[in-house]
Design a protein around this ligand. Structure first.
Ligand code: M7G
Length: 377
């Protein structure tokens, strides 16, 4: 049996047991210096030498309570603080009014959020790797002709087993923040895999609808407005009650295309740049509701842009329709400015270089004008 065959997701309703300590690295898939996260590909050799494992480490965001110095400000007197006797300080240099240090705070403040996918499929490996991305403009016709048959084929889709486990209360039940059990307008609200469930600064919740026949935004019609309005209002109420966040501080949106074709809304605070909030992927819940109020069949008639990444079979299907991987030659890349644009082939390693190198904007104002290309995930 090949590793790919071994790593199907069909058995994923059972919880695999592995020891993270025994992970063996094969290669680094992505080191994202902006998000301070690293995605690793490897194995758990004591379980199987063939099955791939992906481990993602991400440094946690700062909790404001962890930097409290006035005891009256700290909610919990036992809570760890950076500014305590435990802070290990190594001075790098002090020059005039400027000081540079490496500090190691107490152990509780050094935890690293870790995600494991095991066994991981080829599609997971693509999702977590740095790769080239392309923008597709999906007309309703292209959706019916290419996208829909592809996502119905299941062969190249992520399993929805984890979603059904949540809806059927088989897994993550204790993490549920709110549930409305109505089969038409109900949903489950719970922390996303990406969130540690603790630090409200980077809160990330998912609202997963109970209806099983809604794959994505494309399936939404005017008749789903009661569901969407309930999703919006009940989530806001539950989040305000549980986490004390003002509803107008929340970003609620759908991804198009999602990775998992069972309708769910992403929720995080607007002041936090959560992963996947790019305009080419996100559709605000408020806008979706408004579009459907104006035109009940909006999502059956609209051309929707979305991003496909190298290695995704749907990209090949779109490529057969019309060229997608056309190389754009930047003026500084050409010795002779008259050199015509070239068509790319899969082996062209140059393309990755363009994707990953730092791009300096013309009028740099701050360091933020240096952009590092993120991974596909
Ligand atoms: P998406 O828009 O389908 O995909 O969102 P993408 O954002 O990954 O491209 C699916 C969301 O579900 C993501 O934010 C995932 O982090 C989250 N998620 C995925 N899995 C497998 C789980 C899980 O097992 N439990 C929970 N709670 N969230 C998950």
């Amino acid at each position: 049996m090949s590793p790919e065959q071994a790593a199907t997701e069909e058995s994923s309703s059972e919880t695999p047991t592995y020891e993270l300590k025994k992970f063996q690295l094969k290669r680094i898939l992505n080191n994202n210096t902006v998000r301070k996260s690293i995605a690793l590909l490897g194995t758990f050799p004591d379980l199987s030498p063939d099955n791939s494992a992906i481990v993602v480490f991400e440094k946690n965001a700062y909790r404001e309570s962890d930097v409290a110095t006035d005891e009256s400000e700290a909610l919990d007197k036992e809570a760890p603080s950076y500014f305590s006797g435990d802070l290990n300080v190594a001075t790098q240099f002090v020059n005039n009014i400027y000081g540079s240090y490496q500090v190691v705070p107490r152990q509780e403040l050094c935890a690293v959020k870790s995600t494991v996918i095991y066994p991981a499929t080829e599609k997971h490996i693509q999702k977590y790797s740095i790769c080239q991305k392309y923008l597709i403009n999906e007309t309703p016709d292209l959706y019916k002709k290419l996208t829909l048959p592809y996502l119905l084929s299941k062969a190249d889709q992520f399993s929805l087993e984890w979603v059904y486990n949540i809806l059927e209360h088989k897994q993550e039940t204790e993490r549920i923040v709110f549930e409305d059990k109505d089969p038409e307008t109900g949903f489950v609200l719970l922390p996303d895999l990406k969130w540690d469930g603790v630090n409200v600064e980077n809160l990330y919740l998912l609202g997963i609808v109970h209806q099983h026949n809604l794959k994505s935004l494309r399936d939404l019609r005017g008749s789903h407005l009661p569901l969407l309005r309930n999703l919006r209002q009940s989530s806001k109420d539950a989040i305000q009650k549980r986490y004390g966040l003002n509803p107008s501080q929340l970003r609620m949106y759908f991804h198009y295309q999602p990775s998992f074709y069972h309708l769910h809304v992403h929720i995080n605070p607007i002041r936090n740049d959560a992963p996947g909030i790019w305009c080419e992927k996100s559709h605000m819940l408020d806008t979706v509701i408004n579009n459907l109020e104006l035109m009940p069949d909006y999502y059956q008639r609209a051309t929707l842009p979305f991003v496909l990444y190298e290695g995704n079979k749907l990209l090949d299907l779109y490529e057969e329709q019309s060229p997608v991987r056309t190389k754009i030659v930047l003026p500084q890349d050409t010795k002779d400015e008259n050199t015509p644009s070239q068509q790319l082939n899969d082996e062209d390693s140059d393309e990755d270089e363009h994707q990953c190198k730092r791009v300096k904007l013309d009028k740099a104002e701050t360091n933020e004008s240096e952009i590092v290309a993120p991974a596909c995930a």
